[in-house]
Design a protein around this ligand. Structure first.
Ligand code: HSE
Length: 293
């Protein structure tokens, strides 16, 4: 029997919630899996060029972790993946592959592992559970991984929350975007993020959309990453003057993300502002309107 799983993209951090907040978005990856005589891996679409299709493939290796933990012998697998999630842009494409592999392999063996067990494996792999948590549980996820265990709570997104992303036409690896961050931060910056991230979670949990613009500010990672994305500093400073509820770097970037009230009459203005600001810095970007998923 063949199983098919559909996994949402995700945006991590939401500004101040570095490695702690994630939100699933309605852009999807699809993974088919079946037990086969001989392992074959099909990656459908141009953007998959260069990704291995032998047993070193991420989906294949993550599936083995499920079989190991469930104590079942390793079957040969047929795997096919198609994804609408752009790769290496800060929209959780690798987390979607991990979560799809976990959910697919688990479905193949009759869901022997719980969602929590899948979440623990995914968090161990990623070392931060923000993208995988959102892709696995959906909605808005508040999570941590302390090196031993991951914990998460899912929040239902407000029905008026919309998401505008501007996806630059260049890739930025998470590794590079993490390498520019300092090893230690000042107490005042830690307190700044603690208070803003807490307020953001409270605003999202209570539907206080007007509070988002005060809460969605960050001193831990965005200031260090801004030089990697021409136009980012201007977008962070000015998007709220063009109708955004709040604005942030999506995950490790380079995608920029704005939260928008679905009832706003300034959506076109905001979209033009994001595109034009990036274009002026020589970056061409695709904009997409998304919803939490
Ligand atoms: N929280 C992570 C980061 C997400 O910002 O580096 C990207 O994997």
């Amino acid at each position: 029997a063949k199983v098919r799983v559909k996994v949402p993209a995700s945006t991590a951090n939401l500004g101040p919630g570095f490695d702690a907040l994630g939100m699933a978005l309605n852009l999807y990856a699809y993974i088919d899996m079946a037990i086969a005589d001989k392992t074959t891996i099909q990656l459908i679409g141009d953007q998959m060029n260069g990704i291995p299709t032998d047993k070193s493939n991420l989906i294949y290796t993550v599936a083995q972790m499920v079989f190991d933990q469930a104590g079942v012998s390793h079957p040969e697998l047929y795997i096919a993946m198609y994804s609408d999630i752009p790769l290496t842009r800060g929209l959780g494409s690798s987390a979607s592959a991990i979560v799809g592999a976990l959910a697919g392999a688990n479905a193949l063996i009759g869901n022997k592992l719980t969602q929590d067990e899948l979440f623990q494996i995914a968090s161990r792999l990623e070392k931060h559970p923000d993208n995988v948590g959102a892709s696995l549980f959906g909605g808005i996820v508040v999570a941590f991984w302390d090196g031993l265990r991951a914990e998460a709570i899912r929040l239902e997104p407000d029905q008026n929350l919309e998401v505008l992303v501007a996806i630059p036409d260049f890739q930025l690896s998470t590794e590079k975007a993490r390498s520019v961050m300092p090893k230690e931060v000042a107490m005042k910056d830690a307190v700044f993020n603690l208070s803003h991230s807490s307020l953001l979670v409270a605003a999202l949990a209570t539907g206080n959309l007007g509070m988002i613009r005060h809460a969605m500010k960050d001193a831990l990672h965005q200031p260090y990453r801004a030089p990697l994305i021409p136009g980012m500093a201007t977008i962070l400073a000015q998007a709220d003057q063009h109708g955004a509820l709040g604005v942030a770097l999506s995950g490790a970037g380079p995608t920029m993300l704005a939260l928008v009230d679905a009832r706003s009459d300034r959506k076109e203005e905001l979209e033009a502002f994001l595109k034009e600001t990036l274009r002026r810095e020589g970056v061409s970007a695709q904009t997409l309107w998304l919803k939490p998923s």
